[in-house]
Design a protein. Structure first.
Length: 725
């Protein structure tokens, strides 16, 4: 037999060791830190004092850059970039696809005398005009007004991307239409950070910690798989869909837990060193790297940053992971479920908020006053998740994440909050108003200051909750590994803004004239929230089936799939929330609904096309070749007078028949599908008809994989992809 699969294995075993071409020992990664970033300190050195001051003011206030400042910044930026060998600049923006897009321009213009001159005015920094007509926009822009503007987001620094053939200055930008509508994933983040700050200040005033801008912070733990590139290219499904559409579970799976925190393989380690170095050059604070649960699965986490910068850095990090993996002969798979039956990948988004004056608001303090502030923010979070559980569900809804949520390694689609027993007890105590209660872990001291001391960094960990309190932050674990964290951050910012708006309103109405009175007011707010919203708090095992029943009894929403979830973007409650805080208009939300729904449908379309294609041109031929081998063998045996049963050939024949039938059925469904015009109906059709039929094909193919001769099987197996490195 000769298959692409066997060729792939041969290529890997013969591959020479890969060299990075860099000396990692002589120059430690720390020396690269921020080397390619036009940072604040770089600007401080290069800009006139007044210009720098004005720029800093713009950064903290979130205002747009005025043109005279922009001109000066552009000049300094150009000088810096040219000195580092840049020839081009690119406005980098984040369209609704969740990917990163770039428009490149050369610095050099003809000077009119046959020569060339490097130009880069402030206007080029503030606005580019990419022809964005090919980016999905959900109908906001007609093709005749296809142009959008990209505007430098001054809160996110410009940076250089090096390529062996040249260097490009990259400018992170927001992407908006002529009419000012957000066409991207950055604009809503910036708007939601403003809204969050405004509402937070009202609350902080009561604790004397208001003033400095309050930002949300994010630290996203990225999970991913690495497989050899030879396998990747031998699997059309991985290449086109990012996941395997067929494949039987490997004989050795993850049952020994021998991969988790185990030694990192040599090639992978080399890759990780280089990823870290590339991150450091761009000022991305790479921090943690380790093996994950599944074989071939790894995790990478940075130190948290302000949500907006963290979101940009997260996108850059995904690009770096893919690029460096490629250099080391591997493919980096970011899909949530590349291999059915094997643990999937998530992106746990750690979320908090704070400022220099307020500290980290989710960090319980040492003093009763700090604890009071902490309790208000915690209660606000509980209230926010309770009210907008479906929004949090919708912002993690993608075709790919559907394969992971609710499987055995990821939180279910039911949004709940994990507080841990200690914090839960404190909430209960406040509700009961009984100040004499003492818990096992700490004696609650509700005296003059009313509010109890709260143990710091509660030891509890719960890995099954979609939203877990982890001692000084919340961890949103339902986010998918391939997703931009923008949507989740926008949702967290806006629901917190609303909850804090309500908290501030309560406190403003109450008597807060003394510390005791303020304590009472805080207590009243917390117990009100607890009464209304504590059904969203769940401290048990989120993976258990018992929780599904319990959640249903509690009346918590359970939107199992993307098709069920996306409608949330169009609900009146969502629209009024987003409009109230000026984050997205009804039209902007509608455009997002359309784009996301179309992406869901398009994903299923590519996948089902490929199921048909691979089923007919790879699996079917392998199966009938094996069938004829069996037939030949039976005929030969018969010729020499040996009678045997026909079990093997009967089984293969019936599997081939089911394969043909299910493929034909799938094709019929796809023909039916082509006449559906309503996008919501289309999503439902995909969910209830197309996806189940694809699974039916898969079941047969996977059964064949266990039966067909190994030298005829065309696709690299899970065993090979996950264990050969
Ligand atoms: P674990 O796997 O135990 O959850 P990790 O160290 O892998 O922990 O990841 C924790 C993540 O949480 C890191 O990215 C870290 O920077 C981030 N984090 C810590 N504190 C905060 C905070 N205040 N706000 C946002 N993220 C935070
Ligand atoms: Mg974590």
């Amino acid at each position: 037999g000769h298959t692409t699969r066997l060729d792939a294995i041969a290529a890997i075993t013969k591959a020479p060791p890969l060299e990075s071409g860099m000396d990692f020992i002589a120059t430690p990664a720390s020396e690269y830190w921020g080397k390619n970033v036009f940072s604040l300190s770089e600007m401080a050195q290069r800009l006139p004092k007044a210009t720098f001051k004005s720029l800093k003011r713009t950064i903290t206030s979130g205002d747009l850059l005025d043109i005279s400042t922009a001109d000066a910044v552009a000049e300094a930026m150009k000088t810096w970039a040219l000195s580092k060998g840049a020839t081009h600049y690119a406005h980098v923006f984040y369209p609704l696809t969740g990917l990163t897009a770039e428009k490149h321009d050369s610095f050099f213009d003809p000077d009119g005398d046959g020569g060339t001159i490097a130009t880069f005015a402030g206007s080029a920094l503030i606005q580019g005009e990419p022809d964005g007509s090919s980016f999905p926009n959900g109908g906001i822009r007609q093709t005749f007004e296809a142009r959008g503007y990209t505007i430098w987001d001054v809160t996110s620094p410009a940076y250089l991307i090096e390529n062996p053939n040249g260097t490009t200055l990259c400018i992170p930008t927001a992407f908006v239409s002529w009419t000012g509508e957000a066409l991207d994933r950055k604009t809503p983040i910036l708007r939601s950070m403003q809204a969050l700050n405004t509402q937070t200040q009202r609350v902080l005033k009561f604790f004397g910690t208001d003033g400095p801008f309050v930002s949300s912070t994010a630290g996203a733990e990225q999970e991913y798989f690495l497989i050899d590139k030879n396998f990747y290219y031998a699997r059309p499904d991985l290449l086109a869909c990012g996941r395997t559409l067929f494949g039987a579970p490997p004989p050795k799976g993850q049952e020994f837990d021998d991969h988790y925190f185990g030694a990192i393989p040599e090639r992978v380690q080399a890759f990780m060193f280089e990823v870290e170095r590339e991150c450091f050059k761009l000022g991305i604070p790479a921090k943690t790297r380790h093996n994950e649960v599944a074989p071939g699965q790894y995790e990478f986490a940075p130190v948290y940053e302000f949500a907006n910068v963290a979101t940009d850095h997260q996108q850059m990090m995904m690009t770096i992971l893919k690029k460096v993996a490629d250099k080391y002969g591997m493919a980096c798979l970011m899909h949530e479920k590349p291999f059915a039956g094997v643990n999937g990948s998530g992106k746990h988004v750690n979320f908090s908020m704070g400022s220099s004056a307020a500290g980290n608001v989710f960090d319980p303090g040492d003093t009763p006053a700090e604890n009071a502030q902490f309790l208000v923010f915690c209660a606000a979070m509980i209230s926010a998740v309770y009210k907008h559980a479906t929004l949090l569900r919708a912002v993690v809804a993608t075709a790919s994440n559907d394969h992971r949520l609710g499987a055995n390694e990821a939180p279910p689609a039911i949004l709940s909050v994990f507080l841990g027993t200690e914090l839960n007890e404190i909430m209960e105590t406040i509700l009961s108003g009984d100040s004499s209660v003492s818990s096992k872990s700490s004696t609650l001291n509700i005296g003059v200051d009313v509010l109890p001391p709260i143990p710091r960094h509660s030891g509890d960990r719960n890995r099954t909750s979609p939203m877990a309190f982890t001692g000084n932050r919340f961890e949103f674990r339902a986010v998918g590994s391939s997703q931009s964290i923008s949507g989740p951050m926008v949702a967290l910012n806006i629901i917190m803004a609303e909850a804090l708006d309500e908290a501030a309103t309560e406190l403003e109405r109450a008597d807060t004239s003394s510390r005791e009175a303020l304590g009472k007011a805080v207590e009243a707010y917390v117990s009100k929230v607890w009464k209304e919203s504590s059904s969203v708090v769940f401290n048990g095992d989120g993976y258990s089936s018992g929780w599904h029943e319990e959640a249903a009894r509690r009346g918590l929403p359970n939107l199992a799939t993307t098709a069920d979830s996306l409608g949330v973007f169009m609900e009146p409650a969502t629209i009024s929330l987003f409009e109230k805080y000026g984050v997205l208009s009804a039209r902007e939300l509608e455009s997002r609904y359309e784009v996301y729904a179309e992406q869901y449908v398009a994903t299923a379309n590519v996948e089902s096309n490929l199921v048909l294609e691979m089923g007919r041109t790879q699996i079917f031929p392998a199966a009938i070749r094996y069938q004829s081998e069996l037939a030949l063998s039976l005929a030969n045996l018969k010729a020499v007078g040996i009678e045997t049963d026909h079990d093997s050939i009967n089984l293969i024949t019936s599997l081939i028949k089911s394969l043909q039938v299910s493929l034909d059925d799938l094709e019929k469904l796809k023909n039916q599908e082509s006449s559906i015009t309503d996008v919501a109906a289309h999503c439902q059709f995909v969910k209830t008809e197309v996806l189940p039929k694809m699974l039916e094909v898969r079941t047969t193919v996977d059964a064949l994989e266990h039966r067909v001769a190994d030298d005829l099987w065309p696709l690299p197996t899970f065993q090979e992809m996950l264990f050969i490195r």
